[in-house]
Design a protein around this ligand. Structure first.
Ligand code: ZN
Length: 529
């Protein structure tokens, strides 16, 4: 088949395929010749759908909860998971019945991806043979789970059964946000209705605008009911949480409701601990995508017998994840590791993790004091944000403990000022300090569209992030400079002599290598002074 697509031939072939029961691609190939891959590319181009060549894509997980096998057969389609993505695979680009089905069954945001019918049939046949073998085992496990678990379960079949449009909307949004690997769901009331946004890879992405003012009140009420909040209270902020079971996992959601001009806004933070813990189990510094140099520095600093390692950066720069990675790497069972965190974000096996509880009087400072009486070797303090915590952390480092912590600052040099501002004597500070790493997460181009935007990246052009780091390592001379309150300019020069790579330089390197855009590096790092 040549590159200009012949619509007339397509329609004839589709008729023939439907009446004969042969796969559409087989009929088209018979008629027009060419290779199956050429055909798929032409179909995708003509009907404006992203395509997938299924052969060799072994890791696709067909989700039969979302689309039962009978419907897969009926529409010659399937819903599959690839990592965090949900795709609706389909082989007939003009099947209106399928479009209706997808709308009814609440997979509003699944990416539609065109595939060849014969490839899809092979995928389903393979699946059926393995599913049948397993079905007995699965049913048993399921029955047991039902008995012990009273948490509300959200599955697509249940979303469909629910008669209330609002409950269906809330449930399908939770379901979809999880599939999109969003960290937060933002529901914003507007003059026209409700806007749904997700935070994905640290950036807000617009998902849907629902017109109808009744929506925002009803949706917010539904979320309040789920979080056991006061439905009648609409003028003051409220915080709550709820838990639901989605895709065989219990997921916690933390809710913040805020009054606004047009009603109330809600932000729902997704706390998917199971998922994070399993991700964290294999979490190492390599996983974060650091360049070799900062990674080697963090490893070296984390392997010291005592002293303090600080990670700095703004909110959402991945500081805590880096600390978890470092702790996971040194967690060999030979030393006692204790953490105090607000909140405990990931559970690390073999590590005693204490959540801060300000209401019950357990602050970072108080928790840290108690930890020191608990015979630790290595301590992680989630964040240093007051002078008291800073002082105790430094004392701990000076008395033979390895202390990890994060602090909110723009770069490694700002950290020095932050500690001084908290009333810490610079001499004591540098005596305890092994090094400071400032980090950022830079979004990198989607590997499918290379930045132009496609369904894979929800039109943003970016998919995934890479960590960049700026490391200030202490040596005697550097300690002297800081303790004697040398100017930041002098300290920077000394750091330069030691080969420090500034954040902006690392960001520019990503740009030069074609991995990200100027706008993205400007978003995460300041232009160099
Ligand atoms: Zn893309």
């Amino acid at each position: 088949m040549n590159s200009s697509f012949n619509l007339h031939q397509f329609i004839e072939a589709r008729k023939a395929a439907l009446s004969s029961g042969k796969p559409l691609d087989a009929v088209l190939l018979e008629l027009q010749g060419g290779s199956p891959l050429d055909l798929l590319e032409n179909l995708g181009r003509h009907f404006h759908y992203p395509i997938r060549w299924l052969e060799g894509l072994g890791k696709l997980q067909v989700d039969l909860n979302l689309m039962p096998i009978s419907d897969c057969r009926r529409f010659s389609a399937a819903v599959v998971m690839d990592g965090n993505e949900t795709w609706l695979l389909f082989s007939d680009p003009v099947n209106e019945e399928l479009t209706l089905w997808a709308e009814r069954h609440a997979i509003p945001y699944a990416q539609r991806v065109l595939v060849l019918q014969s490839s899809l049939t092979r995928l389903l046949t393979d699946l059926e043979s393995t599913t049948n073998a397993l079905s007995g085992v699965l049913d048993e496990g399921f029955a047991e789970k039902q008995l012990v678990d009273s948490i509300e379960e959200i599955s697509l079949s249940r979303i469909d059964e629910t008669s209330s449009q609002v409950i269906r909307l809330v449930n399908s949004t939770l379901y979809d946000a999880l599939g999109a690997a969003a960290s937060d769901i933002h529901l914003e009331a507007t003059a026209q209705g409700l806007v749904v946004k997700y935070r994905i890879d640290g950036v807000i992405v617009h998902v849907a605008s629902l017109s109808g003012v009744q929506f925002n009140e009803q949706v917010i009420s539904r979320i309040k009911v789920m979080s056991e909040l006061d439905i009648t209270e609409r003028r003051t902020p409220q915080d709550g949480r709820f838990k639901v079971r989605i895709r065989e996992r219990d997921i916690d959601f933390r809710v913040s409701i805020m009054p606004s001009v047009f009603g109330e806004d809600a932000v729902i933070r997704i706390l998917d601990k199971d998922h994070l813990s399993s991700k964290m189990a294999g979490l190492t510094l390599d996983y974060l995508g650091f360049n070799p140099e900062p990674m080697a520095v963090i490893r070296k600093l984390a392997a010291q017998p005592y002293g303090m390692l600080l990670i700095t950066g703004p909110t959402g720069s991945g500081k805590t994840t880096t600390l978890y990675a470092a702790i996971t790497e040194i967690n060999d069972g030979k030393s006692k590791i204790i953490t105090i965190e607000d909140p405990v974000e990931y559970q690390v096996a073999g590590v005693l993790q204490i959540p801060v509880n300000e209401r019950k009087g357990l602050s970072f400072a108080r928790g840290l004091r108690s930890i020191l009486r608990h015979d630790p070797d290595k301590i992680m303090v989630g964040e240093i944000r007051d002078g008291e915590t800073a002082q105790i952390a430094i004392q701990a480092a000076l008395t033979g403990h390895l202390v990890f912590s994060t602090i909110h600052a723009n770069n490694v040099f700002d950290v020095l000022g932050r500690f001084e501002h908290m009333g810490v004597d610079p001499y004591t500070f540098v005596s305890a300090l092994n090094g400071i790493v400032a980090q950022r997460l830079v979004r990198v181009y989607c590997t499918v569209c290379r930045g132009s935007g496609c369904p894979e990246c929800r039109g943003t052009g970016y998919k995934g992030r890479k960590a960049i780091g700026e490391c200030l390592i202490m040596d005697d001379e550097m300690r002297d400079l800081i303790a004697s309150r040398a100017s930041i300019r002098k300290i920077k020069e000394a750091a330069k002599e030691r080969g420090i790579q500034f954040l902006r330089e690392s960001a520019e390197e990503l740009l030069r290598n074609g991995l990200t855009s100027q706008a993205e590096i400007d978003r995460v790092t300041f232009a160099r002074e």
